[in-house]
Design a protein around this ligand. Structure first.
Ligand code: PMP
Length: 362
């Protein structure tokens, strides 16, 4: 039997065993083609079907209206940090950002290289342990967009509701929580995400964008960095990351087989409850980093009373088959990433390990 680790990696992250097995089955001969999808022309009918089929399935599962384009790009979510202001931020406008932590900070830093920016709200005074109150977000009237990071992967905070931005397009970096819960896509101008947490492997970035925003990019932008290039060419302007897109396709079919996004959300809730309850019922032995109202259902960040104990926890947990529990090097502590494909059984095992660790060290 295949031995699988309890994989709590922050990204790239766990994929469902069924998806890996199907990829394995199809690896050397994709649907009778006599070759792997990796070896095939991206202009072939088979690949065009993968490209189109993946878009349709994502549209259906995530409820993406017909006036939105779906793009498969490269360069990671990090390239979107630059492409967004390059394409959408015009002279006389500001790119507005809600500062929620490490990834929001990276996004705004890139935008500053391109044009004027504004911080619409920040939780820096609370060390980014919460999402700012929606009512405290101030959107300058000349904003080209308001950018939010729906889930801060490192701090472990997540928006429970999104600001209403009126005529200003709302743009969300959903790299670490896309497809983990139902979202009203029509409230957003653009949603983007690197695939390597909830959607598949690394190598492809999903962009969902309202078509009126990307009709024509400014003339001065290089071809590959223009949204209109990829819209006009249906994400096939140059060689796409075909194997990654194919795996996204398998991953979407897996979500569908689990009952869709609403069912996945419930499953995620059940998973995280096991671990948050263990933290909350530990009498202070474990301390959650995020404020209760901003807790992430994807990245559970917590501390133990001393750094010694945290080190010991990281070490012992690994010996017990738990992978990826050390917090990000920039904030320390511990973090369990419980993306869509992480099974309930892994979370149950972790909760039990945590209780046991407390008994031995509390
Ligand atoms: N945004 C968020 C919220 C992330 O978690 C990450 C990756 N951890 C990124 C952006 C950067 O993504 P990429 O590595 O695909 O550039």
């Amino acid at each position: 039997m295949t031995k699988r680790a309890f994989n709590f990696n922050a990204g790239p992250a766990a994929l469902p065993l069924e998806v890996l097995q199907q990829a394995q089955e199809q690896l050397v001969d994709y649907e009778g083609a006599g070759m792997s999808i990796m070896e095939m022309s991206h202009r072939s009918e088979i690949y065009e079907n993968v490209n189109g089929g993946t878009q349709s399935l994502l549209r259906e599962l995530f409820g993406i209206p017909s006036n939105y384009k779906i793009l498969f790009l490269q360069g990671g979510a990090s390239t979107q940090f630059a492409m967004i202001p390059m394409n959408l931020l015009k002279a006389g406008q500001v790119g507005s950002y809600v500062m929620t932590g490490s990834w929001a900070d990276k996004a705004i830093k890139e935008a500053k290289l391109i044009g004027e920016t504004a911080v619409a709200a920040t939780s820096e005074a609370d060390k980014f342990n919460r999402i700012p109150n929606i009512s405290d977000i101030q959107i300058p009237a000349n904003s080209a967009y308001l950018h939010v990071t729906s889930n801060e992967t490192i701090e472990g905070t997540q928006y429970q509701q999104f600001p209403v931005t009126g005529a200003v397009p709302l743009i969300a970096d959903m790299s670490s929580d896309i497809l983990s819960r139902p979202i009203d896509v029509s409230k957003f101008g653009m949603i983007y995400a690197g695939a390597q947490k909830n959607l598949g492997p690394s190598g492809v970035t999903i962009v969902i964008v309202r078509e009126d925003l990307v009709e024509e990019s400014p003339k001065s932008i290089p071809t590959m960095l223009r949204y209109d290039t990829h819209v006009k060419n249906n994400s096939l302007y140059n060689t796409p990351p075909s194997f990654s897109v194919y795996l996204v396709n398998l991953m979407l079919k897996w979500v569908q087989s689990r009952g869709g996004v609403a069912a996945i959300e419930q499953y995620n809730r059940d998973k995280t409850k096991l671990i948050y309850d263990t933290i909350d019922q530990s009498g202070g032995f474990y301390r959650g980093f995020a404020d209760a109202g901003s807790r992430s259902a994807m990245n559970i960040t917590f501390r133990i009373q001393t750094e010694e104990l945290e080190k010991q926890f990281a070490l012992e947990s690994e010996q017990h088959g738990f992978i990826g529990l050390k917090g990000h090097r920039s904030v320390g502590g511990l973090r369990a990433s419980t993306y869509n494909a992480v099974p309930l059984e892994s979370c149950k095992a972790l909760a039990e390990f945590m209780s046991d660790f407390q008994k031995r060290n509390g």
